[in-house]
Design a protein around this ligand. Sequence first.
Ligand SMILES: NC(=O)c1ccc[n+]([C@@H]2O[C@H](COP(=O)([O-])OP(=O)(O)OC[C@H]3O[C@@H](n4cnc5c(N)ncnc54)[C@H](OP(=O)(O)O)[C@@H]3O)[C@@H](O)[C@H]2O)c1
Length: 301
Amino acid sequence: HFQTLKRVNLTPGGVCKSAARLDGKTVLITGANTGIGKETALDLAVRGARVIMACRDVEKGEEAAASIRASYSQAQVEVRELDLADTCSIRAFAQQFLREVNHLHILINNAGVMMCPYTKTIDGFEMHIGVNHLGHFLLTSLLIGLLKRSAPARIVVVSSLAHNFGWIRFHDLHSQGSYNSGLAYCQSKLANVLFARELARRLKGTSVTVNSVHPGTVNSDLTRHSTLMTIFFTVFSMFLKTPREGAQTTIYCAVAEELHSISGKHFSDCTPAFVAPQGRSEETARRLWDVSCELLAIEWD
Ligand SMILES: NC(=O)c1ccc[n+]([C@@H]2O[C@H](COP(=O)([O-])OP(=O)(O)OC[C@H]3O[C@@H](n4cnc5c(N)ncnc54)[C@H](OP(=O)(O)O)[C@@H]3O)[C@@H](O)[C@H]2O)c1
């Protein structure tokens, strides 16, 4: 009874009701070896898609792929190595992907780190902004041509409600002056929202859409770097969404028929969601775009 009560009342959340099939479609999901990404991979595989799981730890990825195949024997899932904390790995991944995969219909920028101690990526970016934003920015820029050639195509950027508490510290994007792991996470999740909106503006007229998502508060491995958050998530686990519940809005944005031309929006619980004023600023979005290109030494008009 308690479980039922919990499901019905305490963790309400949207459910993707679309029965859309994805036969013949190719999907790429970052961070698909666990949590929300793995559940997304399973759901889209059951819909008939070829699902490429981009994981930094191939062994963990293969275990996840095996468990997806155990749940659904016809799943077409494959694992490829991608470390978003290393631009060489991202470039190598994209190069091989473009050589070997002919279409990309759905890109899901899902991987993320939260509240890790101060660390830098291989390229010297602060870890949150480096993995959650810059890594996905570079990956998307390298695959955007393929997405356009495969159109209609969709990009889903997994952000968070945490974007509300973030601001882009252009004067110290990498938190070298002062570091707060919570604020660094919030900044990166705000960057996700701004990226999705600016990319949507630039993709107008291409049949490639991009939307951002807040998955809900989900019981996953995301808290692994914070003892306090791990305790909080453990104590309140009964009030949290399961990863499967947390994957619903991502799945909705990836497949729902009614969203075929919707772009630049933010969703939560499978409905349009509030975006903080700092996430709606076109000026900040453009500036972040330019700074990101500069940091990654790329040109992306
Ligand atoms: N859980 C929540 O309550 C919540 C709330 C709002 C938003 N979100 C967002 O939802 C997304 C998924 O999170 P989750 O809850 O499913 O967390 P999770 O279980 O910790 O999954 C995160 C995934 O990202 C991968 N990852 C981390 N660093 C990476 C890197 N450098 N390169 C490639 N992959 C990397 C992880 O790989 P490893 O397993 O190898 O570390 C893992 O597969 C994140 O973007 C998160 O910010 C989650």
